[in-house]
Ligand binder design. Structure first.
Ligand code: PEP
Ligand code: MG
Length: 572
């Protein structure tokens, strides 16, 4: 059997250690009906009490090892258990359908897991993992199955598992657990996010690692590239890799506090962070983010049981703007619809919801809902520099209508004596090819562009960003995409406006040289990518990246473009 495997590099770092197989006894839910409804109800209630105590304990461990922000996940888990709607659903199934406790929990969990898994936003997809983590714990207690105790590992190991839950990850002691490799998961899994905080290397999405190793094997892994080797032959190769990683990490550390400057001394590029909620601000600042390039406002709506009021939204936006201490915060208006659903609002059934009633199309149609958000955003802008941007803009008319609506709300507030920021900018996402092609016209009206490559690529290639069957078409480096980026950036500059990017591409090490060459002004990415991007910029001149971009625009294929990037970066 091949002893090398490739997965998703989810937390950087190199490790070589003995395998520790975490092969939990699978949960098999009994299907028999409850003989004693009262006893089943008591079982469920005892399991909930026990799980709550566990979560409190885990929260304490995580608080010490990972800090308050990461420990908050266990508060979220506890709140799932405290949700009366959920427990009521368990109870109803037991009382009315004579379900046994485990079956009732399993069925309710399945419903919520399916709902969250279908959502487009990574944040909400991860909620599926939270529900599974909590409900599996309950079911294990009811069925008297062991719950893994990873905190007691006391020798150097690499954990190999189907998946690691957030609660399992929080128990890992980095002194002994040198890394973990799982069959499932990706860069945005909670396990991956925690692994990065704990600085434990992780490779996920390996599909078959669990069946490929045995307990006596030694594993070598590179958490940046996703490379795995079982019983490595040439250990010196791995020692060298580990040294290189350590050196690079030390080098990147300095870039947290350095200014963003290219090799030729240009300091006009800005590196920013993407956030999904106010609690993400700390990581952006800690990694040297020069602003927030995308605040996805959906969390306020999706983590709720009603459309958030103007006041509720104002508090959240104000907190972010204040925490950013004078650095710019770009907040995107509600990007709901498609597969991002709300429990308290029914969207129309459509054949292609991604191409349907969503984002700006929805908010322009529901000005009552839009108005609460715009007023909250305008009021928050009095506390620091704010950019408002609209998602999924397809036509100039749409943008002009949304902008005018914002200006009308502003006038109304000012008339009532409510403060609005002087530095307010009103811009738009460029994530529909039509907007990129017509950037020149849009730039007459928009203060800035922010390219949403996650969507721009899927719409340009007609390849669903969620479908595993067409991932080969999801090509950020396709010259067609580069041409759309060029149109967007040139369009903005022609009218003295700036162009940014907040799709995942902005933080990809291979994309940064190309984007510099195309003249992109602002790069917004996950907080942990900022130092790497800054270090790449420090190695490159604008002249050489412009030459790279020009050549790339003439290429026929993605591979040709990437070959050009690799050739340039090899000399650095
Ligand atoms: C994008 O489309 O690139 C983007 C940043 O928005 P989202 O991923 O939230 O759709
Ligand atoms: Mg988008």
């Amino acid at each position: 059997m091949a002893n090398k495997m490739m997965g998703i590099g989810a937390s950087a770092g190199v490790a070589v250690a003995k395998v520790y197989i975490l092969d939990e006894q699978p949960i098999v839910i009994p299907q028999d009906t409850a003989k004693d409804v009262t006893a089943e109800l008591a079982n469920v209630s005892q399991a909930i009490t026990k799980a709550k105590a566990d979560l409190e304990n885990l929260q304490k461990i995580a608080q010490e090892k990972l800090g308050a922000e990461k420990a908050a996940i266990f508060e979220a888990h506890a709140s799932i258990l405290e949700d009366p709607a959920l427990t009521e659903e368990f109870e109803t199934l037991i009382k009315t359908q004579s379900y046994n406790g485990a079956k009732a929990i399993g069925e309710v969990a399945e419903k919520y897991i399916a709902m969250f898994s279908a959502m487009e936003d990574d944040y909400f997809r991860e909620r599926a993992a939270d529900v599974k983590d909590v409900t599996d714990r309950l079911i294990r207690y009811i069925l008297n199955l062991p719950v893994a105790d990873l905190a007691s590992i006391a020798e150097e190991v690499i954990i190999v598992a189907e998946d690691l839950t957030p609660s399992q990850t929080a128990q890992l002691n980095p002194a002994y657990v040198k890394g973990f490799a799982c069959n499932v998961g990706g860069r945005t899994s909670h396990a991956a996010i925690m692994a990065r905080s704990l600085e434990i290397p992780a490779v996920l999405g390996l599909k078959t690692i669990l069946s490929a190793v045995s307990a006596t094997d030694v594993l070598a892994m590179d958490g940046a590239t996703g490379e795995i080797e079982i019983n490595p032959q040439k250990t010196d190769v791995w020692t060298k890799k580990a040294e290189t990683f350590k050196k690079e990490k030390a080098e990147l550390e300095q870039f947290k506090t350095k200014k963003t400057v290219t090799k030729d001394g240009f300091d006009g590029f800005v590196l920013e962070g993407n956030i999904g909620s106010p609690k993400d601000v700390a990581a952006v600042l800690e990694n040297g983010g020069e602003g927030i390039g995308l605040f996805r406002s959906e969390f306020l709506y999706m983590d709720n049981d009603h459309f958030p009021t103007e006041e509720e939204q104002f508090e959240a936006y104000k907190q972010v703007v204040t925490d950013m201490q004078g650095k710019v915060t770009i907040i995107r208006t509600l990007d709901i619809g498609g597969d991002k659903k709300l429990s308290y609002f029914k969207f129309p059934e459509e054949m292609n919801p991604f191409l349907g009633y969503r984002a700006i199309r929805f908010t322009l149609d529901r000005k009552d809902i839009f108005k609460d958000q715009i007023r909250a955003l305008l009021r928050a802008s009095a506390f620091g520099p704010v950019g408002i941007m609209f998602p999924m803009i397809a036509t100039v008319d749409e943008f002009k209508t949304a902008k005018q609506f914002t200006l009308d709300c502003k006038a109304e507030l000012e008339k009532a004596g409510v403060a609005v920021g002087k530095d307010l900018q009103i811009g738009m996402m460029v994530e529909i090819p039509a907007a990129a092609v017509l950037a020149d016209q849009f730039a007459k009206y928009a203060d800035f562009f922010s390219v949403g490559t996650n969507d721009l690529i899927q719409y340009s290639m007609a390849a669903d960003r969620m479908s595993e069957h067409v991932t080969y078409l999801y090509q950020p480096y396709n010259p067609a995409i580069l041409k759309l980026l060029k149109l967007t950036i040139d369009g903005a500059h022609k009218h003295g406006k700036w162009a940014g990017m907040c799709g995942e591409m902005a933080g990809e090490p291979e994309a940064v040289p190309l984007l510099m060459g195309l003249g992109l002004d602002a790069y917004s990415m996950s907080a942990t990518s900022i130092t790497k991007a800054r270090s790449i910029m420090a190695k490159l001149t604008r002249k050489e990246t412009a030459e790279l971009a020009n050549k790339a625009l003439e290429c026929d294929t993605t591979d040709e473009v990437l070959a050009l990037v690799h050739k340039l970066m090899q000399t650095k």
